[in-house]
Design a protein around this ligand. Sequence first.
Ligand code: MSP
Length: 518
Amino acid sequence: MTERFYVTTPIYYPNDRPHLGTAYSTVTADALARWHRLLGDDVRFLTGVDEHGLKILRRAEEQGMTPEAWTDETSGWFRDAWKALLITNDDFIRTTEARHTRTVQSFIQAIYDNGYITKGEFAGWYCVSCEAYYAEDELDPGNLCKIHGRPVEWLVEENYFFRLSAFTDRLLEWFEANPTAVMPETKRNEAVSFIRQGLRDISISRTSISWGISVPWDDAHVVYVWYDALVNYLTAIGYGRDDEEFATWWPVVNHVIGKDILRFHCVWWPAMCMAAGIDPPHQVLVHGFLLVGGEKMSKSKLNQIDPVELAADLGVDALRYHLLREVVLGSDGDISYEGLVARYNADLANNLGNLAQRVATVVASKCGGIGPAPRPASPDNVLAVTAAKVVDDVRVAWSRLAPHEALAVTWRLVHETNAELEVTEPWKMSPGPEVDDVLGDALEALRIVTILASPAVPLAAAEIWRRIGLEGSPDEPGRAALGGGDLAWGGYPGGLTVEKGEPIFPRRRPQAGGGEKG
Ligand code: MSP
């Protein structure tokens, strides 16, 4: 049965170029989208930019530009970066688009009509970088924001308030009834304990700036940037405009976010949905931070790395693979150039690249360049047995939203195939049925690997697929479908021309200070 999958990234502040941290969220969501397409699911994948609020306004002013002109330019940086990283989003939303203004206004009007928005005065410590108010005990000494290390500002405003406090019990019931709504469990527990401490109403409008969406019943106010931004997930699927489209996608939404915005997505957002009379999001997947030398990488600290430059240097596949394989989803992970090169050499150059190269070389020397068919699956066919187990385990890993595990498991098959070649040494055999059997099995294992690895390394997967003589590409929808997909042993037909070509992942010199990882 065809299932549906709607995956979203956070919408990023286009106040500067994308960095490796924002690329991490985006590549993770992309890998999930790609896996679901392989399963044959109907997939919708949304990303975009969050253009309102004080942070963007000030940044534009610093540049001597209007916020419109600034975001026209900078939103393009994100579009271009995601293209360069082979991100397969179906839509790219900007919160300044008319479709979004209309959606925010009808959503917030519904909440107002349901009695969950009231007027009042608000004073508090505001961090412009976070676009959020904090209580005094949430700040570092000297009134510094814990995330950005910058001084917060005292703001006093007449605001509209969202009655978040009214949702404490309903939120706790929702978490109870939906144990996997927030993943992984540690992050779910964090959200639940935050709610248990008691929720305060939140200020959701501003009169101090006009860069935003007008509150529909009071145009002296603009909607607070977070209250506006979260609604992007509804704008893109026709909320208030196309009921059928909305009913198709909303029940299967999966928000990929970083842990810094957990409170907004796992407390505010479900409550906002309840207040407007729609279901809370189906699932929120919370990942950790990428750290550089132990510190969070961000625009306000100067340790950002340009993902597009890195991809141009090492290859897009290498960067994507590293992000997905290195960091355990949900935990923080340290990223370094040395680590990237070490993993590239170990997993991509020495393992996958070497396997493809070896197989092609021996097919050329022993089989006249024509790839033989594999032996049938049987309990004695080591690679067929490994492949079947790997395919099962990869499915489980993706369903547990664990890309690092899916890739580690896939590489078990790469490793096992290389090991089989080392044991049988087909390069020492004379041409004939024995060599054909060994190489047929290796080609078949490689075919299965390219399908399984394609969400992470789409270019290399397609290239290996082509070189072993197969038609189409490994990432065609449905190739991993249960029943009827292409992951069962025996799909390589044999009789195809196999091309040697240059190494797909040429080895890199290890960087000073970085050991190689096995
Ligand atoms: N605009 C808000 C999100 C609104 S969503 C309705 C925002 N934007 S942001 O540009 O600051 O991007 C935040 C997201 O980028 C984080 O949630 C996280 O997904 C990602 N990351 C930013 N820095 C990161 C790391 N150092 N490591 C991993 N992810 C990081 O917040």
